[in-house]
Ligand binder design. Structure first.
Ligand SMILES: [Zn+2]
Length: 151
């Protein structure tokens, strides 16, 4: 277990598309553990995508709204509704924008044991899933901004 260096604005890893994980093995579990450690040493981080620590694999960890999740190859398979969000990102400290996100999403993923899981996220969790999964496609929240916020 180790704390990894978070990549910040301007780092090329943040705009790269991450590769699908083919085999969920100890190496992948170690990366997920490191991601969770790295997330936990931030001040108010909710979630982290692997390319935010420079690893271009489709991995996300979330510790937010009573959800503690290590996800492999997460995919949004359904969404409904709409909500206005206030959104920030660990890779862009102090930067907040307003976005429009679905109110509810269904996510299909694998856990660290290779079991398929189906998750439903509403409100803040829906925002969180969308934000993290977009990271894996090299998209950042600023691409979704409808308004800059001064917080
Ligand atoms: Zn982010």
């Amino acid at each position: 277990m180790a704390i990894r260096q978070i990549r910040y604005d301007g780092d090329p890893a943040l705009t790269k598309k991450c590769r699908k994980v083919e085999v969920i093995d100890d190496r992948i579990r170690l990366i997920l553990d490191d991601m969770m450690d790295t997330l936990h040493q931030t001040e108010n981080g909710a979630a982290l995508a692997a390319n935010q620590i420079g690893i271009l694999r489709r991995l996300v960890v979330i510790d937010y709204c009573d959800h503690y999740l290590k996800l492999v190859n997460p995919l949004i398979v359904g969404y409904s509704g709409e909500q206005e969000c206030v959104e920030g990102c660990l890779s862009f400290p102090g930067h907040y924008v307003k976005t429009i996100r679905p109110q509810r999403v269904t996510v299909q993923a694998f856990n660290e044991n290779g079991e398929e899981v189906l998750l439903i996220g509403e409100d803040e969790m829906a925002k969180c899933f969308c934000h993290e999964i977009e990271h894996l496609d090299g998209l950042i929240f600023l691409d979704r901004a409808i308004e800059e916020l001064e917080l």
